[in-house]
Design a protein around this ligand. Sequence first.
Ligand code: TPP
Length: 362
Amino acid sequence: MSRDDLPPQFVPTAQPVEPHRLLEVDGALVAGATAPMTDDQALEALRLMMLGRAFDTKCFSLQRQGKMGTFAPMHGQEASIVGSAMALNPETDWITPQYREMPAAIRQGMPLKNIILYRQGHPAGGVVPPGVNVMQFNISLAAQIPHAVGLAWGMRLQGTSGVAVAYFGDGSSSEGDFHESCNLAGVTKAPAIFLLQNNQWAISTPRDIQSAAIDLAARAPGYGFPGVSVDGNDLFAVYRVMCDAVERARNGDGPTLIECHTYRMWAHTTADDPTRYVDDDVQAVWAARDPIERVQQYLTGRGRWDAELAAAWDSEIAAEVQAGFDAAAAEPPAGPESLYEHVFAEPTPSLVRQRRAHLEER
Ligand SMILES: Cc1ncc(C[n+]2csc(CCOP(=O)(O)OP(=O)(O)O)c2C)c(N)n1
């Protein structure tokens, strides 16, 4: 059968839509737009975004000194992460992060110390304190997406008002787990939100050879729910569409797929060398769309931000990050036996044998 033989009702390929935007790159509101956040909320969001970036900088430096393992920075993606998290109620709503969403976890109530311990490979970092609605960071791509749908569907069956948000990248959206999760969420009308951070790369694989779909948000109607495309470097636009998606979910109208168009400014992880595949011109275009500077410029225009406040926040945030590292350093070091703890409620005979052999070898 050739292409010409296709029946006339054959659905045409989706065309990309212009991503939703409220804040211009210079921090001015788009003509006719109103800010979806109060200035105090914008300041709260800015603080989280700046915390995320300061944390990245610190972790990068420690990793280069051999004091921290491989880690994945969020630099450039702060508006997608924080704008979406700000629309949640940490008391009722859950997030299932990938590995870059530290500020979202913090807003949900995760202590910084736990995140640092996790990054240092300490088993105590794998413990999520009771009452904190965050699933652990996830390295197996897309495996966190079914978890969000399970949580969401469960909350719906229990009659609570909670929603669950899965964070993942454009690369993860090629995995079976993504498609199966969308299908199930559509059928069950689970209050799930699929927060796809399209940062243009899956390590060195560019978005356009990651998937033949012309528009990733446009996949959603195929599963029976809406998809929306948003400027992921625009805090206000991400927050606005996320509030709408949360409201839909709470009202029983089911899931939403949000595609945040953003850019990973730093390396994929500290084990990656982006100079081998990133085009400097593209990098410069995205640098000019910095999500943090955009909000700072907006708040400057509102008389709520200036150089003095910037300097004060920089030192307060640096102290907060340092306090997190000091608290993590006070945790007793984990011995080799810790590898075998928290695997099963009751260790299996094979695990007991492995543990004994390992410890005897030492
Ligand atoms: C199931 C699985 N396959 C492959 C990998 C190796 N891997 C780690 S990160 C990554 C790219 C992820 O890209 P994306 O989902 O777009 O997220 P990003 O890191 O860009 O935020 C790959 C292929 C993995 N961790 N898990």
